[in-house]
Ligand binder design. Sequence first.
Ligand code: ZN
Length: 133
Amino acid sequence: MELLTTEITGAKQELRQERQAKTELEQKLKAETDARLKAEENAQAEAQKRTEIEEELNIQKELTAQANAEAGVQEEAIAQERKPLPFNIREIPAPKKTQPCDCCGRNDLALSELHKIDSGHLFCPDCFSALRR
Ligand SMILES: [Zn+2]
């Protein structure tokens, strides 16, 4: 009877130890799986990062190419602006500033060619001489 009890106790202990071993093994497996998953995640993150960097590099390359193209266009525009004018700008007379005659309304005379009468009105030479007559 006593032997049986010992045996049962021993069996129970064995079973407990086995269970513990199993639990430990499961925990170990889980830790390994977690580690592997984490490693995979890291690898994925790294791959993603690499893709992002590559994309950014591509965008920068494109931007640089675009900037270069734009700079080329601008240089061309500047070169065109620097081209000599087909005529000499000094040869063109400045537009005459005219003042209308307050009498007849003639508007082809400069202010210096008009006569200011006593009332303050500006008369063309014709109207002025007519007034004087
Ligand atoms: Zn006049």
